[in-house]
Ligand binder design. Structure first.
Ligand code: MLT
Length: 260
């Protein structure tokens, strides 16, 4: 995997295929591996660039909370290193928060926006408290605590056991430091509803109809705010709809890419 250094942090990313660049940003607490179906399929139809966020996968952690703006700047540095001036920018859940932060920072580089199982609203006070509690638990107990807290919510109960096992393995490989920093960073994120209302490019909003972390209603709200959006609700899928319903997910992405 190519790497680059930014402010003392090593950022690792996958860069596969050719054609229209598609930057996909992964969810918490996973890694670029969480796009394994798409790394095999979409990379045949476009240039797929998939970073490990700082503190996840093969990327090292930074100091302090990992704010969504920092993830956005990391991703922009990766696009620079890859020689990509503009890309379709998408993300799943926390990756969606980072994709919106990138769009706020540098809208000219976003040819299209893909928001998957995510939300435009910020955490309320109770949500911030829950994040800090989980950050402390993970620091004390390690990534097994993340599996216990998150795995039951990430996937629909009927998911293929092989998918569940692979997601669990990815979470167990997560560093406690990186995860705690990201939890504290997500708690600091801003509301992005005004940004979405201003965004004039094509947008795709995808959600698993059984997502309980960012329920369908959150996606309908984002799709209504975006002036040129398509909303795709994937039957049977939970919060990681690109893994639970990869054919439907890929079809929606291919349609967006084909329409550019
Ligand atoms: C994620 O899947 O990235 C997280 O569940 C998002 C969040 O906790 O807000």
């Amino acid at each position: 995997m190519p790497t680059l250094a930014r402010e003392g942090v090593t950022l690792s990313y996958q860069d596969l295929g050719s054609g229209t660049p598609l930057l996909l940003l992964h969810a918490f607490p996973l890694s670029s591996e969480a796009f394994w179906p798409q790394l095999a399929t979409l990379s045949k139809r476009c240039r797929l660039i998939v970073p490990d966020h700082r503190g996840f996968g093969a990327s090292s952690a930074g100091e302090g909370p990992t704010e969504m703006e920092t993830l956005a700047k990391d991703a922009l540095a990766i696009l620079d290193a890859a020689g990509v001036s503009s890309a379709v920018v998408g993300g799943v859940s926390m990756g969606g928060y980072a994709a919106m932060a990138l769009t706020l920072l540098d809208p000219g580089r976003v040819r299209g926006l893909v928001l998957v199982d995510t939300q435009a609203t910020a955490d309320d006070e109770a949500g911030k408290v829950r994040r800090e509690e989980l950050a402390r638990t993970v620091e004390a107990q390690g990534p097994r605590a993340l599996v216990d807290a998150m795995l039951p919510k990430l996937l629909a109960p009927e998911v293929d056991p092989k998918v569940r096992a692979r997601v669990e393995r990815i979470i167990l490989a997560t560093s406690a430091r990186g995860a705690a920093a990201a939890l504290r960073g997500m708690a600091l994120r801003q509301d992005s509803r005004e940004l979405l209302a201003r965004f004039a490019g094509p947008a795709l909003v995808v959600v698993g109809e059984r997502d309980t972390i960012t329920p369908v209603e959150k996606s309908r709200q984002m799709a209504e705010l975006l002036s040129r959006s398509k909303l795709v609700e994937l039957p049977g899928a939970g919060h990681l709809s690109n893994l639970e319903s990869p054919e439907g997910f890929d079809r929606a992405l291919e349609e967006l890419l084909g329409g550019l």
